[in-house]
Design a protein around this ligand. Sequence first.
Ligand SMILES: [Cu+2]
Length: 213
Amino acid sequence: MSRIGLAILVLIFAGTAFMIGFLAYNFAIVYNPVHYPKAAPLLSNISITSTTHTTTTTTTTTPGLPSGAVALPYDASNHTVFLNIVSLSTGNPFNFNGTSGGQLHIYIPAGWTVIVTYTNQESIPHNFNIVQNSTTTPNNANIGADGKIIFSVGTTSSTYETNGISSGASASGSTSLPAGIYWFACGIAGHAESGMWGVIISSTSITTPYETS
Ligand SMILES: [Cu+2]
C-alpha cells in the first residue's frame, strides 16, 4: 500500500472514531442532563443597597495649642477671657455647647477675668455655675453638696436648684479663678448629674485660653 493510501485510511479511522465519540457525548447529555442547584433565584432576591458616607473633619489647630484645641476669644491686654456657653436645643438636653458629662474642658490662665455669657436654647430653664468641686463627678442632685458654688449666671447662690434662665434667653457675669480645677455645671436639681457639666482648668502655665471636647 502506498503511503498516501495508508494516510487516507488513518484519517478515515480517526474521523469515524471522532464521530462515534461525539455522538456518544451528545446522547449522554440528552439522557443524563446535568441538574444545577437552583441558586440563581436566591441570588436574584438579594438586594444590595449602596450608601456613600462622606465625613468631613475640620481640625482647627492654633499655633502653640495642643492638637484639637480651639482657641477661646480673649483680650491679653487686660487678661480677660470670654466664655460663650450655649445649651443647644439639639442632642442631649443637658448640654453645654453640645457637650455633656465632663467632655468640654476649658483652659484659662490663672487669675484672668472670666466673662461668661450663657444662652439657653433649650425649652426648659437652665443656669450656669462654677463649682470648686470636692467630688470627681457630680453625684448629687444638688451641686452644692458636691462642692462650693463660687459663681452663678442666670440664678443666685441660693436659688440655683430651681431658678434658671428661660428658653431663648441669655445672662452674663464675670469672675476670676485662682489656679485650680473646677466644674461648670447647671445647678437645677439633677441636671449636672444628668450630664450638664464640664471642667475648667485654671493654671499659671496656660498663656492662651482654649477649649477641648
Ligand atoms: Cu439645667
